[in-house]
Design a protein around this ligand. Structure first.
Ligand SMILES: *Cc1c(COP(=O)(O)O)cnc(C)c1O
Length: 608
């Protein structure tokens, strides 16, 4: 499957060949690279285990759009030599995890420089590998993947860039120190002096300390940093927060903070208001050191504003990189009809000029591939002409994977009445999330009990990742999402589905508040006081609206067309990145009150 041509410089296999051992880095001029994008995870290629889920996918899609649109960006992340994890499910649905090792030194060119920083009271050397994201016209976004597995480093420190979201909080704080502080110093050493630092989630917030240190006269201690210095750093930074779920906001004990960061940095963080409830809170670090803060959908911006009333929170709704997620048969159709869509996603609106039956035919190829992939992976043969629902996401309690199976009897009855129903599940639980793992087993059990024969078929696919995400969103008929409000910050898998002509059936939360036109681009599950009430609404929509429409192929094809023309043309990272440029990076509109105050103070301080 050709998922993404912008990753063509990467070995397709994780097993490197000896021939790849000395990889030359073509020279790249980093002057004028005005925006530095920092993210703990970035999905760069289906072959690289440098991401876990939505956050990393969004980061990768953002950079792919930056490459396509010629944006002056660079990015920084960690190498994650052992990846997130590969999910195994046994016959009972019990999840186990395996490392996904890779060797950057045989896969990517050396970035050219290393830096040494002090943390945990000792020096640690940090080097980097360069992954080039190549855009549709050849523009390159270099991504620097930091690596601490260097001769001479302490054995513990050598493992710090191994596991994405691995280890304990101490390990994570060390990782975030490497990302923020070593990442910033490395960029500077490479001759890159960005005007804007974008913290993609709080994991990257310690970059502010590196900028603060940079501002002080060489050798001056952080003890001398003033409020004016904080504001001057904030002037350079923008921050995107990604979840209202408390567990998504990293917090560290004071002891840990001082043990990892030392006295100067620790006391600076305390002095500049980065502690919350006596814990170092990475969200507050980011809030204190940014001039712009945003949530990832309009509703999420409002929810975040209530969570952080002392700060001004804006919204930029997420998107997905169209050329990465549109299925090959649809890509060919778009290439025929509107070849500039790869340079300018606004052309998706002109899908209204394409005959709906051609879209439906292209989608049928994707469904065929999905049915084939399920047979190859599980031995289960689904039926290509039966209505097929997809539900795949990180298994977290608020996502309520089992809502679709809340009333198995009613579901079976509907399946029988409408001439068959197929449901495809996938999703990983974080290795330490026992409740998430229990949820997977619960879905497994129910699937075994009610979804094995007759008119209702249910399958759970192992190891939800980039490749499976593409197969699913390109192949199912309806994409289902059932989060508990208001915890879905945005969600992006439904956007991938929409670009492939797949309507959503979802709770009105996150992006779907903006994307749902009832009976046109999909359906809303009505709010209820209980899970049972919301499940009942889901079943009603399935029985009374979705199945009848699915039995009318022409009407269904028109709906597929609406999904692409209305939602594909908006919920893409080209549009999203344009909004970041216009509102966050180089705002043309008047600054907000918070920003105005910050800028006035910083200016006054500079004059003083
Ligand atoms: C798109 C994607 C996600 C994020 O989708 P959500 O709608 O936020 O759940 C997560 N994992 C993979 C593998 C994806 O492709």
């Amino acid at each position: 499957m050709s998922l993404d041509k912008s990753t063509s410089n990467c070995n397709d296999s994780l097993t490197p060949s000896a021939a790849a051992r000395t990889i030359a880095a073509p020279a790249i001029d980093l002057t004028g690279r005005d925006i530095a994008y920092f993210s703990m995870e970035i999905a760069l290629s289906p072959a690289l285990p440098t991401y876990s889920g939505g956050l990393g996918m969004l980061a990768g899609d953002t950079l792919r759009s930056a490459a396509d649109t010629g944006a002056p960006m660079v990015a920084v992340s960690l190498a994650h030599r052992r990846g997130y994890f590969r999910q195994k499910l046994d016959a009972t649905g019990q999840q186990s995890e395996a490392d996904v090792p890779w060797t950057p030194e045989t896969t990517l060119p050396f970035a050219g420089e290393c830096v040494t920083i002090n943390m945990q009271g000792r020096d640690i050397k940090v080097c980097a590998w360069r992954f080039d994201v190549v855009g549709v016209s050849g523009h390159i976004i270099p991504v620097f993947l930091l690596d601490t597995d260097i001769d001479g480093n302490d054995p513990f420190d050598r493992r710090l860039t191994d596991h994405l979201y691995g280890g304990d909080t101490y390990y994570r704080l060390c990782q975030e120190t490497v990302l923020g502080i070593a990442g910033t110093k490395l960029l500077h050493k490479l001759g890159c002096l960005p005007a804007v630092y974008h913290m993609n989630e709080g994991h990257a917030a310690l970059l502010s300390l590196a900028l603060l240190e940079d501002r002080l006269a060489s050798g001056a201690s952080l003890f001398t940093a003033t409020e004016a210095d904080r504001l001057a750093v904030a002037k350079q930074c923008v921050f995107t927060t990604h979840t209202p779920v408390p567990a998504g906001h990293d917090m560290f004990g004071k002891d840990q903070m001082y043990a990892v960061l030392g006295n100067e940095r620790g006391s600076a963080l305390e002095r500049f208001g980065c502690m919350h409830n006596n814990l170092l809170n990475m969200t507050y670090v980011a809030l204190r050191f940014s001039r712009w803060v945003n949530g990832v959908a309009m509703q999420h911006g409002k929810v975040s504003q209530e969570m952080f009333p002392d700060y001004h929170v804006e919204s930029v709704t997420n998107g997905v990189h169209a050329a990465t997620w549109v299925a090959p048969p649809l890509q060919r159709l778009f290439d025929d009809e509107m070849p500039r869509w790869r340079h300018d996603n606004q052309y998706f609106r002109s899908v209204y000029g394409i005959k709906p039956s051609r879209i439906a035919n292209a989608h049928r190829v994707g469904k065929h591939k999905l049915i084939e992939a399920i047979a190859a992976r599980t031995g289960i043969a689904l039926n290509e002409s039966v209505l097929t629902l997809g539900f795949a996401r990180r298994v977290a309690t608020y996502k309520r994977a089992s809502l679709l199976l809340e009333d198995p009897k009613r579901l079976a009855k509907i399946a029988k009445k409408i001439g068959g129903l197929q449901i495809v599940f996938a999703g990983k639980a974080h290795p330490a999330d026992t409740e998430g793992k229990r949820l997977i087993k619960e879905v497994f059990d129910l699937a075994g009990k009610i979804g094995q024969s007759g008119s209702l078929r249910i399958v759970y696919l192992e190891n939800y990742d980039w490749e499976l995400g593409a197969i699913l969103t390109q192949g199912v008929d309806v994409w289902v999402n059932t989060p508990r409000r208001p915890y879905e910050a945005s969600g992006t898998s439904g956007m991938k589905a929409a670009l492939n002509g797949v309507p959503s059936l979802s709770i009105l939360d996150g992006w779907w508040i903006e994307g749902c036109a009832e009976d046109v681009t999909g359906w809303a599950i009505d709010d209820g006081d209980t899970d049972a009430a919301e499940a009942a609404s889901l079943y009603d929509k399935l029985e009374q609206r979705i199945a009848p429409l699915y039995s009318r192929p022409n009407a269904w094809a028109r709906m597929q067309q609406h999904c692409i023309a209305m939602n594909g043309s908006f919920f893409n990272t080209d549009r999203m990145l344009g909004q970041y440029f216009a509102n966050a990076y180089f705002p043309q509109a008047p600054v907000t009150q918070q920003n105005a105050n910050a800028e006035a103070l910083a200016d006054a301080a500079v004059l003083a």
